[in-house]
Design a protein around this ligand. Structure first.
Ligand code: F6R
Length: 247
């Protein structure tokens, strides 16, 4: 696992967006698609802003991009302002030329008795598209990647999970109180993420420093899902100075 430290989140996001743009353009020149795994949350916002800028100012086309998001809150429909569907469209998809049929997110409104089939179909669709070329990640203060909370081992695939109380309390301000934060979500598993050919995890600020240290320098453990990335052949952490401050 590589660690790269940048002065600011914007610097890191620009570097990563530049790599993604190159991958997209190289594949486009070969007449091929790129499969991106995408994350939501505050962390990737400067990365998405840079991709939008490159589309608008430099003509970067996303016509050959297929996207799979990591996760979605259970119980939220697409129009809910805190749904990840809404987040992705507001912050990225509505501003670029990705084909709507190439956008994939788990559904927050699938019926209980259809969740297992929905998750299996999501895994299968990733495989049918040739697997994920590059998976973008943030990290939660529980060490989660996607919503793989402590206890998620490296055999886990897309499934419904219970959200950790720390994760719910971190989300509470956006929902106007912890009582409004969903208790469950559908997430890709650790094995799904580890199956990506390349992984890039971003983290900003001192609030993330101690969990970043555990993920990068601690033991590989089921208690910190991000620690499994130490075993990935092509994973890197892009950090700002605050997030890297305990390394
Ligand atoms: C989001 C996701 C989560 C977040 C993590 C960090 O799709 O899967 O793992 O990346 O909770 O969230 P922020 O970036 O808001 O600190």
């Amino acid at each position: 696992m590589k660690v790269e430290t940048f002065e600011t989140p914007q610097d890191a996001a620009k570097a990563l967006a530049g790599e993604v743009a190159e991958l997209i353009r190289t594949r486009a020149a070969e007449g091929k698609n790129v499969v991106l795994g995408l994350a939501t949350g505050a962390t990737p916002l400067p990365f998405y802003a840079e991709l939008v800028r490159m589309h608008k100012e430099e003509g970067l086309s996303f016509a050959n991009v297929i996207s799979f998001n990591l996760d979605e809150y259970s119980g939220l429909d697409r129009d809910h302002p805190e749904s990840y569907w809404y987040f992705m469209h507001t912050n990225l998809f509505n501003h670029i030329d990705i084909k709507p049929e190439n956008i994939n997110l788990p559904s927050g409104t699938v019926k209980d008795d259809e969740i297992a089939a929905h998750c299996a179909a999501y895994e299968q669709k990733i495989k049918d598209c040739g697997g994920i070329d590059l998976q973008i990640l943030g990290i939660g203060r529980t060490g989660h990647i996607g919503f793989n909370e402590p206890g998620s081992d490296d055999t886990t695939v897309t499934r419904q999970v219970h959200l950790d109380e720390l994760t719910r309390s971190d989300a509470a301000p956006a929902f106007g109180g912890i009582e409004n934060v969903p208790t469950t979500a559908i997430t890709m598993g650790v094995a799904t993420i580890m199956g990506a050919r390349e992984v890039a995890l971003m983290a900003w600020g001192e609030k993330k420093a101690s969990i970043v240290k555990k993920a990068v320098q601690g033991p590989v453990t089921v208690d910190v899902a991000a620690s499994y990335l130490q075993k990935h052949p092509n994973a890197k952490f892009l950090l700002d100075k605050g997030a890297a401050s305990l390394l």
